[in-house]
Design a protein around this ligand. Structure first.
Ligand SMILES: [Zn+2]
Length: 240
């Protein structure tokens, strides 16, 4: 993040975006604070400073914009941190995300019982966390207490790449199948973090799910669609 190692000169924020205090408390706590290197954990970003930390949850549409790359402020800028060489703006169109101010011992309480970050977990731990879960493999992968950072599109894409049906019981999968899901998740997460979203490649399920004919890019059968674990889910019943 562009703010690492820099001191905050000024903070402005929307009344509603700070979830655990009044906007003035951010200025009071952070003016003069120096940002350390942030740590990502699932959809959370923990920005420690030499004072309290700022914790961001990006929701569906939240992101950072650096004023050097995009000088014009925007009506969806919910929080602006001013440094000597520019401004870091937290822009969120739909306000599903949020920002928390956290003292040294409060970070864990705010994040709750999150599982390990899906991009950093080892294959052995990934398998151990999933192999005894009751319920579908999709529900287990989406559960942030099991693994943090897997969203609906990432899970559908990974299961399609690993050829595992989303409604299959997690506990019925073999180690080999869970290992295939692990490799697919890592690949999808890496490609997504480069682009900032799950890429809608022609050869991926994600590229097919929004098209009108919705055919499997691998075998060209029509895709199945159902609500699984509360979310719209696509899969191919022929190759998954
Ligand atoms: Zn198929």
């Amino acid at each position: 993040m562009r703010a690492s190692g820099k001191r905050v000169r000024r903070v402005t924020c929307d009344r509603n975006i700070l979830r655990n205090g009044a906007p003035e408390s951010v200025s009071r706590s952070l003016i003069g604070a120096t940002f350390e290197k942030p740590k990502r954990w699932g959809k959370w970003l923990i920005c420690a400073t030499d004072r309290p930390a700022l914790i961001f949850h990006f929701g569906m549409t939240g992101r950072f914009v650096w004023s050097g790359d995009d000088p014009e402020p925007h009506p969806h800028d919910r929080m602006t941190l001013e440094f000597s060489d520019g401004e870091l703006r937290y822009r969120d169109q739909r306000k599903f995300g949020g920002v928390w101010l956290a003292g040294a011992h409060e970070v864990g309480d705010i994040l709750g019982p999150l599982g390990p970050d899906a991009l950093e977990v080892t294959e052995d731990e990934f398998i151990a966390r999933l192999e005894r879960r009751r319920g579908s493999i999709k529900a287990a992968l989406m559960n942030q207490k099991v693994l943090a950072g897997l969203g609906n599109l990432t899970v559908d894409e990974s299961l399609w790449q690993a050829r595992i049906p989303p409604r299959k019981k997690a506990s019925s999968l073999s180690k080999r199948e869970l290992s295939a899901i692990y490799r697919a998740c890592q690949k999808v997460l890496r490609d997504s973090s480069k682009e900032g979203l799950v890429p809608a490649k022609r050869t991926w399920l994600t590229g097919a799910r929004n098209r009108s004919d919705r055919r499997c890019p691998r075998c060209h059968s029509g895709l199945e669609r159902a609500t699984v674990s509360g979310r719209t889910t696509f899969w191919c019943s022929r190759c998954q």
